[in-house]
Design a protein around this ligand. Sequence first.
Ligand SMILES: Cc1cc2nc3c(=O)[nH]c(=O)nc-3n(C[C@H](O)[C@H](O)[C@H](O)COP(=O)(O)OP(=O)(O)OC[C@H]3O[C@@H](n4cnc5c(N)ncnc54)[C@H](O)[C@@H]3O)c2cc1C
Length: 595
Amino acid sequence: MPVYKAPVEDVLFLLNDVFHIERFANLPGFADASPDTVRVIVGEAAKFCEEVLAPLNRVGDRQGCRRGDDGSVTTPDGFREAYRRYTEGGWIGISVPQEFGGLDLPMAITQTVNEFMASANMAFAMYPGLTQGAIAALLAHGTDAQKALYVPKMVAGEWTGTMNLTEPQCGTDLGLIRTKAVRQADGSFRITGTKIFISAGEHDLAANIVHLVLARVEGAPEGTRGLSLFVVPKFVPNPNGSLGARNAVSCGSLEEKMGIHGNATCVMNYDGAAGWLVAEENRGLQAMFVMMNEARLGVGVQGLALSEVAYQNAAQYARDRLQGRAVTGAAFKDKPADPIIVHPDIRRTLMTIRAFNEAARALVLWTSIRSDVAHRADAGKDRRAADDYMGLLTPVIKGVLTDLGFAYTVMAQQVFGGHGYIQEWGMEQFVRDARIPMIYEGANGIQALDLVGRKLGKDGGRAAMAFFNEVQGYVKDHAGNDAMKPLVEPLGRALGHLQQATMWFMQNALTKPDNAGAGATDYMHLFGLVVLGYMWCRIAVAAHEKLAADTSGRMKAKLVTARFFMERMLPETAAHLARIQAGAASVMELPAEMF
Ligand SMILES: Cc1cc2nc3c(=O)[nH]c(=O)nc-3n(C[C@H](O)[C@H](O)[C@H](O)COP(=O)(O)OP(=O)(O)OC[C@H]3O[C@@H](n4cnc5c(N)ncnc54)[C@H](O)[C@@H]3O)c2cc1C
């Protein structure tokens, strides 16, 4: 059975020593997040994920969800009990305001718990993950009555949430949505249509399911400008929160899919279901974006989470598996062969994955802190800067962490040789599960286009310029530090590549948009490498500070891994730049019928 040990110490090091979360104590909720409190919460989450969720991961994969003739959906054995224990732990609302039953603690703690959960059992983690997104959308755009009625129940886990965008004829292009909403005399709407691929659309974990549904009010404009957001509960709640009538929404079938078998992916039929408008009519997409942005960060975390659990198993296997001898001579003469961890190619593989995982975790936590500044700081410069940063980094985190998360999960599988391909070791499940984050919540090609087409030029390029200045300033500040020179010099070069690529788009893509489209994925990955390199520099500064007192070897390991990243991963920025500057000509030349 696969192993999983939540990286508690790494998280605490990042929060306390790298990002100094105590410096944000002026933000609401942060004063309660003392190092001791954070240690207890993160430790408890680790225990729950290691002991309860991880053992259910394979059960969920093998059994999957089952749909009854009445449209009910049964989750795999053990999920109900695990969900009950999960809700008792109060994990859903860690960062939700206390007036709605949450703890109002920093988002970084929520994302940490979510990472552990997705490593242990991604299919399970998606049920509360979607609920968190739905809570965020309701808090941002719901009426006071909607917030009071729905949010406390969802925070308690008694009711779960879903997001309903996709239809058979429309995925990326939401302007094609056909689901209809007809206004009723009492101010409610009747919702009719079919949604597909709806995660957690139906299940047996909670008493009620709160669907957030994009639909078009009769007579609304075509395209995305005519979309409105509705809350459509499975059971219509009475004003006191008790469950009322069963609504006309049902699961028509379950998708049979490549991975995350323990999560129900449903075709949802809305047959004149009662729904209530959330946010203004025809402003539904903007409201849904709150949920989508939250979900995009959550999906990025899934990429990291799968890469982490795959790494842990590959590292253990590499220490145990005996094959061949070290090229420099037998390392373990008493054994019939050396463990494969002696081989440089296996080490290169493991170093690559850990160099990604640790920097990606830093990026997630740093971004979570910025997201709290964006939401909790008093209106002003800090808040606007944090908001800009979130807009810019959201597609990078979603696209890069899931593309690389999958690639490195496959790399970890390779360490197992043939044993990675058979079910017994669990690696093939990780690979199957890691594939979906690249696709849902906006396929990664779309994330790249969002970055290049929308986010770069927004507000005259304010967010991108601020990011470039931040990294450039950091490089400059540490250029005179001998210990940091081997790290900040390559980071400075990589940033130069990113700035050249940005300039190239400005000069070559405004009149020829194919140049932007053809280079967008490379640009997103170039951006990702720069920000991961920046994270490694920040980790290294903290590791140097703790090096003398550290007897565990962990700080030394971080410094070696930082060097590895700079020497062997960051140089990819040059290749990305070259591909971007090659332009779209060879990409676009062949006629469609030649493909
Ligand atoms: C397991 C699973 C769970 C899901 N959960 C949910 C859920 O809970 N709620 C929900 O609403 N949806 C959900 N989805 C749907 C998911 O978000 C969509 O599948 C995804 O957004 C892509 O849409 P599509 O499948 O229609 O692909 P398409 O939009 O048809 O795209 C196909 C390919 O073309 C590319 N492409 C499309 N348009 C462009 C363009 N303009 N420029 C360049 N490239 C383009 C895309 O990048 C993609 O690679 C889920 C899907 C799966 C498989």
